[in-house]
Design a protein around this ligand. Structure first.
Ligand code: R5P
Length: 293
């Protein structure tokens, strides 16, 4: 039986993780209450401190976009390889079986479609997030958008106020308007604003100088994959992002639009958690793809 001294030394009590109280494995979360830490620990692995979120919330603005026409067929087989899933409550309740028991980062805002202007402007009730037993709520911020910045910052602010009553972390999702310059200055600003307004996780994009974006953000930053890239480039993106301080990925199209989505998510997982190089990860992707055929 371990004693108090073991705790001080960070004994793992046979669990394979450091259970000492000296440091919590999620950036910026050491002072958060137990419920928050529990939920963040479902998302971020206690040993690697990283996460692979599988994002398939695109339909709330794009409808049945390529790869998401039949989520039951395309996405459900991938969920076992993800650390966390990110989707809307509509898809969660209709299509994702509750017994999979994966942490859910729930898309918690909604607004207009791609047919009009992109702006998320309503926030779901906190009670529904609680009923759905989510591990985090995701809310979009349109930093730099003259029409929607204030509304989306208010949304995030409100989400944090409500969610923190129940120890539910909020992820700030940095949306990028067409007129924004996708550089470290912009992503650094947007990410920091999410964290300053109470987000416990930030989702943004990789860019040159990303290490400054990650370093200046007091909470974990995960990167979106963005538009579909050739698999090798997408794996390079993951690798460089992790190298430069990302706490993981929140990836959608580069997984579910891949020629071999199951192979791709496993290769991404290996980059994020096992630090495979892009070359090794691409070899793994090819190997797994061949086995699927
Ligand atoms: C976009 O609004 C969504 O939040 C997506 O979940 C996010 O962009 C990640 O998906 P992808 O890797 O396809 O960019």
């Amino acid at each position: 039986m371990a004693d108090l001294d073991d705790l001080k030394d960070g004994s793992d009590f046979g669990l394979g993780v450091d259970v000492s109280h000296q440091a919590f494995h999620v950036k910026g979360a050491s002072n958060l209450p137990w419920g928050m830490k529990d939920r963040l620990s479902r998302i971020f692995h206690p040993t690697t401190r990283k996460t692979v979120m599988l994002a398939f919330d695109h339909g709330f603005i794009m409808g049945p976009t390529s790869g998401l026409e039949r989520i039951d067929l395309s996405i459900l087989p991938l969920i076992e390889y993800a650390d966390c899933i990110m989707c809307t409550r509509g898809i969660l309740q209709t299509t994702v079986p509750p017994h999979i028991n994966k942490p859910v980062c729930l898309r918690s805002d909604g607004g207009t479609s791609i047919l009009t202007e992109l702006n998320d402007n309503v926030l779901m009730d906190i009670e529904d997030a609680i009923r759905l037993n989510v591990s985090a709520m995701a809310v979009m911020l349109a930093i730099g958008d003259p029409a929607y910045e204030a509304k989306t910052v208010a949304n995030l602010f409100q989400a944090v106020d409500r969610a923190s009553r129940y120890h539910i972390p909020v992820m700030g999702v940095t949306a990028v308007g067409k007129e924004m310059i996708r550089d470290a200055r912009y992503f650094g600003l947007a990410s920091r604003i999410c964290a300053e307004n109470g987000a416990s996780i930030v989702k943004t994009y990789y860019c040159e100088g990303f290490e400054k974006v990650a370093a200046a953000c007091p909470v974990p930053v995960v990167i979106a994959g963005g538009k579909k890239l050739p698999e090798k480039e997408a794996l390079e993106l993951c690798y460089y992002a992790i190298n430069d301080g990302a706490a993981g990925v929140d990836m959608g199209r580069n997984v579910f639009q891949s020629s071999s989505p199951a192979a791709m998510i496993q290769a991404v997982h290996a980059v994020v958690h096992e630090r495979l190089t892009p070359v090794q990860a691409y070899e793994l992707f090819i190997d797994l793809s061949n086995k699927e055929e």
